[in-house]
Structure formats: structure tokens, C-alpha cells
Design a protein around this ligand. Sequence first.
Ligand code: NAP
Length: 699
Amino acid sequence: MFTLKATGRNFVQSPKHSALCMTMADVEAESSTQPEAMEEENPLFSNLDLFLFTLIAGLIIYWFMSRKKAEPIPEFKKLDQPAPSTRETSFIEKMKKTGRNIVVFYGSQTGTGEEFANRLSKDAQRYGMKGMAADPEEYDMSELSRLAEIGNSLAIFCMATYGEGDPTDNAQDFYDWLQETDGELDGVNYTVFALGNKTYEHYNAMGAYVDKRLEELGAKRVFDLGMGDDDGNLEEDFVTWREQFWPAMCEHFGVEASGEDSSIRQYELKEHNDINMNKVYTGELGRLKSFETQKPPFDAKNPFLAPVTVNRKLNKAGDRHLMHLEVDITGSKIRYESGDHVAVYPTNDTAIVNRLGQILGVDLDSVISLNNLDEESNKKHPFPCPTTYRTALTHYLDIIHPPRTNVLYELAQYATDPKDQENMRKMASSAPEGKALYQSFVLEDNRNILAILEDLPSLRPPIDHLCELMPRLQARYYSIASSSKVHPNSIHICAVLVEYTTKTGRLTKGVATTWLKNKLVADNGHKSTVPMYIRKSQFRLPFKASNPVIMVGPGTGIAPFMGFIQERGWLKEQGKEVGETVLYCGCRHKKEDYLYQGELEEAEKMGVITKLNVAFSRDQEQKVYVQHLLRTNKEDLWRQIHTDNAHIYICGDARNMARDVQTAFYEIAEELGGMTRTQAIDYIKKLMTKGRYSQDVWS
Ligand code: NAP
């Protein structure tokens, strides 16, 4: 071993002249200068043999050395030094150490699942139990079988379903483990609350799977699966489930509610009066100063600040604002594929932030930290701290969505008018009167926290408690409207400005689209930037370019198809055989909002789009939608699908359009394939399973 290392070091230390650095030309030159000597002495090994032997030996040693270098630190060092991360990956040990008996795992993409998990874990105190919310990504989930080691224990799962029946990113490993494991979960008590949206095909698939799979593995379901529907009233579904769940648990564990409410602070306020401002977060999501010194790889915790190079209005007329943006990813090492999503982190409207500061009478520029009172928690702060209230309200907190009932419940204590206090508490209960009040006062009237403070003048909570309770501002996803084959260094976005007036007469603007609209290419001499990262999707062009593609995307649903069309054009330019490329898109009026008209007509002229079908819904008395055009072209469509193996793609509104389009495909299969409705449904389902019917839909 020692000899090998020593020899190896020689090779590695003099690379310029070592055999390792020789090219084939060097080898040829050396061998051609030696033939005479070889013939005279007739040695056992020729120079070439010796050289090749040395080269091979050198390579082996080099490989061995570099492998050695990558080896982990020897055991004894590990014992002497503290582990680099203080994170506990054993939730069982943590529960035992901190006397907890309930663990609430969450699969959460937009933060709601996590919020629900926190609420349930806090609730436990009311029943003399102790809970902890836990991200399955941070713990070793194979330890679930050990939960029975803790007396009166319970695992609750708040599981959201994402995309086409998929687990959320943070629950992916847990899902894989559930699928693979055949471990025994005997003695493990559990219940599941599923979060999803009924407009999607695979409603609450993830929650239902976890519920079923845990039972199969031998765990005991102690309370029925809860189903939360975001298309209806997710908050109400959760509150109703929770109100029934806790009494059932009391009975199960033989405990009684203490009567104490759950208004207990989770974080304590620390004001920093004399802090070095270099230590203060200004909107970064992970590493401090990561917006000043950007380092790849870029992801959800470390977004890339992409300069905006184009921001133009797409519609020629009408009172809406449809926009096309291009952001530059040069030097970021970010890669994307057509069909992926770009996630952007918007900021809240400055006017709303200022108004909140004013109404609560606080200096928004005070530097603060909110520190978790539970020192064992992996989550030290609700958002990056230290920071200012202004940064928290601008970058980190969602102040625009109508607040959930638990926020109202906890804030009620600060309302000096008993009537306001009573109403706020009532709204958080599952009593029909309370539910109706929450539905009308908060949801239907679309009141955000500012509107609530304006309309309830007796309610003036301390801002730090408000900041503790508000959910995190989430990244927004857009279907990428470009192809990396044509635009490797830029990402295109197509979006429509969201703007509406609420029943109380307040003009409400979509957080992300308003922010995007204001991202001018040059802003006061500075380049506007967008914090972004890529989220991979399953929405992919067929592997074989010769397969036909049928794309259906009215309105901004055209976005991913701009990428697909660019890519098919590029493939054609490369001399590839490209199958039929058929587009069904739509808008309200040809003269107003025909998105990308020039580009689409040009692509058709060049033969990249083989058939362009546009539904102008409002240019005649009767509405014309994409599904009407699908029916008109049914014979062609059936041939493309049934005979030519076409891939179908739908993008846009999930609630109505995607369903209506799917129905049109059922009808075509019935009529031209001679199928019953059940057979037609089955036929489309099979296409979905084979990846030949894909949807990228939003509700
Ligand atoms: P829009 O302009 O309001 O609608 C586009 C066209 O679709 C209009 O002609 C509209 O007709 C028609 N339409 C209405 N109901 C329909 C139905 N049931 N079936 C077929 N067509 C129908 O659309 P938009 O404002 O762009 O929004 C479209 C949707 O796509 C939104 O839900 C958006 O969130 C989503 N989306 C956005 C992105 C993105 O990256 N920005 C990506 C994918 C999807 P009428 O209005 O005349 O009835």
C-alpha cells in the first residue's frame, strides 16, 4: 500500500511530464524512435511495452489515489469532532427526549399542509398531550415502526396531492419508501388528512394512498381519512374533520380536554437595536447575502436572480394585460426542458405593506428575530431572521390570501370590542353560524388581513404576533414558454395580470402577476431581476419526433406549446423526421388577444405547425371553443390518435376547459372508434397511463 501511494504521488505531482499527460501523438513519436535498439538486444519487453505498462500502472495508481481522497473521514475523527449538522434525523429519539407522543408529518407544496400540521401539533396541548410537526424529508421515515415504543402515541399525516396525483417534493422519498417497504407497522396508530382539489383527475390520491398503505403495513387507523377540497372550502373541511378528530382521540387515549385554548405563542420576539446590518436578511430564502454573491446550484432555497430582458404586452386591445417576459439565465448553469415550470418568488405590494405598518402603528424598519420557544425544533424561526418587519411583510409572508380561521381565532384576543372578539372566535368554530360568517365575511368578500384590520377598528394585534401567524409567501409556477434547444440562456413566461374588485369595493391585484408586470427591463438604470428556479415536469414531447402531437391550449394555456413548437422547428432544422404538429388554441377576439399571432402564423407557414386551429370565442354570437374545433376535425384526430400514435397535450384552465376537452375526446372515441362511453373513458385513461395524454392544468 505504502509503495503504491509513493509511486502514485510521483505521477500526480509531476503531471506536466508524466505519462498520464501523454497524448496519442506522443506515444506514436516515442515508439517510432526505438526500433533498432529493440531488434539488437531483443529484450523481454519492448520500450513500448514498458511505456504502456507504466501508463496503465500509473492510471491504476491515479485512480486508486483519487478514490482514496474521496473516502469519508476516518471513524476516530468523527468521535473527536462534533457532527457537522446538529439536525436530529430520528424523530423517535426526538419525541422521547422531549416527551412528545404525537407527530404530525406533512407533505406540503404550497405551505397549507405544513400549516395544518402545525395547528394539529399545537392542538395537542389542549388535551394534555404534546405534539410536533415534522417534515418527512428531514427524518428517517423507516423508524415509523418504532412509534409503538412511545406510550399513547399517534402519527398524523397531512398529505397534499400535487400535479397529476403526485406526492409533493418533500414527501417523494416517504412515498418511495412506502412503496418499497414490507416492514411491519404493528402497534402504530395513525390518521390522515388529505389536501387536494376536486377539479383534478387524481383528487387526494396521495392522502388516500398513505391511508391505505399504512393499513396494509399493519398500522392501526384510529380515525377516518379526512378529505380537504381546495376547489370548495379546504379550511372548512379541515376544521370540521379536526373538530371530530380530537374528541375521538380523547376517547381513544382516555384523556379529557383541559379547556385551555391553543392561543400559545410559538415564537418569542427579540428586538435588535444595535445590529450589524450585514447580518440582517433582506429577502434571501436560505444563505445570508445569497442575493449578493450568487452561487450555483440554484433551487427553491437558493433561487437565481435572473435579469429581465423582455417584458412586453401581448394583447393589442381590451382591458386586460397579457404579457410575455424573458429572463436571462446565462452563467447560472440552470438547465431546463420544454414543458418544465419556472418558479418565481414575488414580493408584496409596497403600498399594502406600508398601510399595515401605519394601521398597526409600528416602525417597519425595526430589526427583529422571532425565535422558536421550543429549542428542540428544527425550525428556529418562522422566516429568515434577523430581518425587518418590512422585509418580512414584503418577501416572506402571504398578506394577500384571506386568513385562515386559526389566525382569526388567535388574533381575537386583541379585539377590544367584545362583539368583534366573539365573531372572530365563532368563525373558527365548526358551528354552522360560524362557518357561514367566515364564508361570507372572509371568503366571499375576499378580505385579506389589511381589509380585516380596516373593517374591525377594535382589532389591533401586535405586529410580531401577526407575523408569527401569517403563512409564508410561496413561489409561483409558470409553464415555460420557450425551448432550451433554441433559447438555452433564456426562459420565457406568458401570463395574464390578475385584477378584480371585491364585494367590498376593494381593487385586488394578483401578487405575482402585478409584480411581474412591474418588472421593467431597465428600472432606474438598474436591471430588474426575478428570483427563480426550475421545477421539472412530466409534460414532455414524445421521445420519437416522428410521432404526431396534438396540443390544446386556449388563452395563456398556449405557454408550454410555444416551447414545443420551437423545439419541433429546431428538430426539423436538424434534419429529423418530425410528425404532424397540430395546435388548438383560442382567445376572446382575433383583433384583441390572439396571443403570439405572428409567431404562430409564421410557424405554420414554415410547416412547423402542420395545422393551426384558433377558436375566437367572442367574435360571433355563439361561443366557439377549442373543443368545438376538435369535434369539427374528428376524423383527422381519430386517425392521428388511433392509427398514428399521436401524443395529446392539454394546458390551461382545469375547472372547465380541461374537462370539456376531455369530454370531446370521449365523444370522438365513441363515434369513430365505435365505443361505449365507459370504453371511451377507459381508452383515454390508457393513453394517460402510456404518457400519451398529458395535462398541465391550473385552477
Ligand atoms: P382566457 O383568455 O380567459 O380564456 C381563453 C379562451 O378560452 C377564451 O376564448 C375563453 O372564452 C375560452 N374558454 C372559456 N371557457 C372555456 C371552456 N370551458 N372550454 C374551452 N375554452 C374556454 O384565458 P386566460 O386568462 O389566459 O387563462 C387561461 C387559464 O390558463 C387560466 O386558468 C390560467 O391560470 C391558466 N394557465 C396559465 C399558464 C401560465 O403559465 N401563465 C399556464 C397554463 C395555464 P370566453 O372567455 O369567451 O368564454
